[in-house]
Design a protein around this ligand. Structure first.
Ligand code: NI
Length: 457
């Protein structure tokens, strides 16, 4: 499912065929549309649209070009409109110095009032910023004393430096279909720098139709072009982009979409199996301490799945390049289920890989590599560091100081058992990469792979 987090379906452009446009959006996989308002009248129409369609939500606000109309009366009216359950944001509001139609002082004063309204209503901001970066950042920093703003920088048009400041302020970043324009190489370079847990999709229809329809009226169905473009930029599939941007939109706009815990989940052309959340390490860099989500998948299990539940969740094992026992918890804590699952999938799966912290021998109180051979094709062991001291400090292993040496022993045993084995090292500041590589390649004789510490999946 895709969410178009910003469009203007209330505009006259859609009067002739609005219902047809909505139908095409649904057919293209757009599950939710957030209609952004540009004026008081637009806010009224936006709420009307949302009240009449299950899958449309509304934002109320006044575009900076219209700021002179933002008087006391207008604010009172917007506040009462926001009582609708379908109103999920204040926007679009902000600063626009591109066309000097309204003086900057007026725009700034009105924008501050809208920030006040968003706080009062506990609704996120949909922020419009054009050629006003410095004033925009100054106002956000003053108005959000904690340093964290609640909102999205819509139709992002800044450079990498502006992006960094927006990210520091905690803002989400949304791109429109102009990302697909032939001459948008700079914008694509900026889009590559946006963390995947901060990106949103929007069309801003009727404006900014994608390259394939350039110059024509844009519409929510065309958001698929944007998802495709972002998937190329981030080396993911369009489905991955859809899922993770939907998760982000759900979070920012408090849409209360159910996101059930995944036992089996896809990323790119791999299928990951989430069989436990328990782990025998307590790494201070572990993603589990900050989020239940990996690439938009909820991995927080309510209970550990049985063999039957895992196999039911897999459905078509032959569809994937590989099936991976994922490392959100330590799979060898459930060695029997792990082996039974691998055994059941063996015939159909192309490759079965185990991602592990390498504590399997300690956990099961016996060498387990021989039991995995023939069931597991590949194993990726997180050695993480280049010394036991560093490992103990950052990973706090439940088995104590001997753990690092035991992991190395496990790696060597996997190799000896004929399993294709790799060991991974984390690019933490204190890591001595050269030393880590020497341990893995020379001492243990297996493949070395570097992992970025904040990238999972
Ligand atoms: Ni807009």
């Amino acid at each position: 499912m895709l969410i178009d987090t910003h469009c203007h379906l209330d505009f006259k452009d859609f009067d002739p065929d609005r219902e047809e446009v909505l139908k095409r959006a649904r057919q293209a996989g757009v599950g939710i549309i957030i209609n952004a308002a540009s004026s008081l009248e637009g806010s009224i129409r936006s709420v009307e649209l949302a009240e009449n369609h299950d899958f449309i939500y509304a934002a109320v606000g006044i575009h900076p070009h219209e700021s002179p109309s933002s008087d006391e009366k207008a604010f009172a009216r917007l506040k009462s409109l926001a009582r609708s359950k379908k109103v999920v944001a204040v926007g679009e509001v902000g600063l626009d110095y591109y066309r000097q139609t309204v003086p900057g002082v007026t725009q700034k004063e009105v924008f501050r009032k809208f920030i006040g309204l968003s706080k009062e209503l506990s609704l996120p901001l949909i922020i419009h910023d054009r050629d006003a970066h410095a004033d925009m950042l100054a106002i956000l920093k003053q108005e959000f004393k904690s340093g964290k703003a609640d909102g999205v920088m819509h139709c992002f048009s800044g450079d990498a430096a502006f992006l960094r400041q927006c990210l520091e302020l905690g803002l989400f970043i949304s791109f429109t279909c102009n990302l697909t324009f032939k001459n948008a190489a700079n914008l694509r370079a900026v889009a590559r720098e946006v963390p995947l847990d901060r990106i949103l999709l929007e069309t801003d229809a009727p404006f900014l139709a994608p390259q394939a329809h350039r110059g024509k009226r844009n519409e929510p169905a065309y958001i698929t072009f944007l998802a495709q473009e972002l998937s190329n930029i981030h080396s993911l599939t369009a489905e991955d982009i859809g899922r993770l941007t939907t998760h982000n939109a759900n979070k920012l706009f408090r849409l209360n979409l159910m996101e059930n815990a995944a036992i089996a989940y896809e990323i790119r052309d791999s299928l990951y199996l989430n069989i436990t959340n328990r782990c025998t390490n307590d790494c201070d860099f572990c993603v589990r301490s900050s989020t239940d989500f990996v690439k938009g998948h909820n991995l927080k299990l309510e209970k550990e799945p049985s063999l039957e539940e895992i196999l039911a969740a897999v459905r078509n094992p032959d569809k994937y390049k590989e099936i991976v026992f994922c490392g959100y918890g330590e799979p060898t804590l459930r060695l029997d289920v792990l082996k039974e699952t691998a055994c059941a999938l063996k015939k159909k799966a192309k490759t079965i890989r185990l991602v592990t912290n390498g504590h399997g021998n300690l956990i099961n109180k016996r060498p387990i590599a021989g039991e995995l051979a023939g069931l597991i094709d590949k194993v990726s062991v997180s050695l993480n560091m280049d010394s036991a001291a560093k490992y103990n400090k950052r990973c706090k292993p439940g088995f104590g100081g001997r753990t690092f040496e035991e992991i190395k022993r496990f790696i060597a045993q996997c190799k000896a058992a004929g399993i294709e084995t790799e060991a991974t090292c984390l690019d933490l500041p204190e890591t001595n990469l050269k030393k880590c590589r020497a341990i893995i390649e020379n001492e243990l004789g297996v493949k070395f792979r570097l992992r970025r510490y904040n990238v999972v999946g």
